[in-house]
Design a protein around this ligand. Structure first.
Ligand code: 13P
Length: 254
């Protein structure tokens, strides 16, 4: 546990219709009204963003998009831009989630453009990085992360980089129930912080919030958040029920 305030974020992925999203957001609003020792964020599907923003207005629960396109407007069927997310009430946006990379083909170059677009729109990007099981087993996690992160943040000035968050999401831990051990998460996140120290400086590295994502549940949140370099969570499955998200938020309020 560090002096950085934890951020507990829910990535709802392709789940929750508008009425379902309103119901979940309504429960969180009620159940987390007194939860001020952690920052809170939910990332519903695009169509639910605006109504959820209205519902959460005036609360401490922030809103984020799950992705964005790098152009602001134009003939890009199906795409959503940073300024649109901002106007819908978002303060954050997830960039480079492994599902975007693996299923939708987002390369590091695409992630880099999206990161820049998010920053230009005044959003706080949550840059997701993480290795496959194959890379972990080959013991090349660090080399992989060095290359992935380096390509993703290429050309980003110090002043811009101070506005991003990182989520370490080992692909083998996402939706599998195979959570990284606190030691694995802690060590890898310390390495990620050191990469920022190399690329920028100690001030940037120390202030950077690095979230962990991958099968975070109410019963493992506490030990994970106790790691010095784990500054919060990006939660998939367990963010879809108010009860489990609330329990994770509470056990992260050390
Ligand atoms: P799970 O919590 O379902 O493993 O998903 C993690 C994730 O991908 C969050 O972005």
């Amino acid at each position: 546990m560090s002096t950085r305030k934890p951020l507990i974020a829910g990535n709802w992925k392709l789940n929750k219709s508008v009425p379902e999203a309103m119901e979940l957001a309504g429960s969180l609003k009620q159940d987390l009204a007194d939860c001020d020792r952690v920052d809170l964020l939910v990332c519903p599907p695009y169509v639910a963003l605006h109504p959820v923003a209205e519902l959460l207005r005036g609360t401490a629960i922030a809103l984020g998009g799950q992705d964005l396109f790098w152009e602001d407007f134009g003939a890009f069927t199906g795409a959503i831009s940073g300024p649109m997310l901002k106007a819908a009430g978002c303060s954050h946006v997830i960039v480079g989630h492994s599902e975007r990379r693996e299923i939708f083909g987002d390369s590091d170059e695409v992630v880099n453009r999206k990161l820049k677009a998010a920053l230009a729109a005044g959003l706080t990007p949550i840059l997701c990085v993480g290795e496959t099981l194959e890379k972990r087993e080959q013991k090349v996690t660090k080399e992989f992360l060095r290359k992935q992160l380096g390509a993703d943040i290429k050309g980003l000035e110090r002043e811009l980089i101070s506005r991003i968050l990182v989520a370490y999401e080992p692909i083998w831990a996402i939706g599998t129930g195979m959570t990284a051990t606190p030691r694995q998460a802690g060590e890898t996140q310390r390495f990620i912080r050191d990469l920022f120290r190399e690329h920028y400086d100690g001030g940037i590295a120390e202030n950077l919030r690095i979230l962990y994502g991958g099968s975070v549940k109410p019963d493992n949140a506490r030990t994970l958040i106790s790691e010095e370099d784990v500054d919060g969570f990006l939660i998939g499955g367990a963010s879809l029920q108010a009860d489990s998200f609330v329990r994770i938020a509470r056990s992260s309020s050390l």
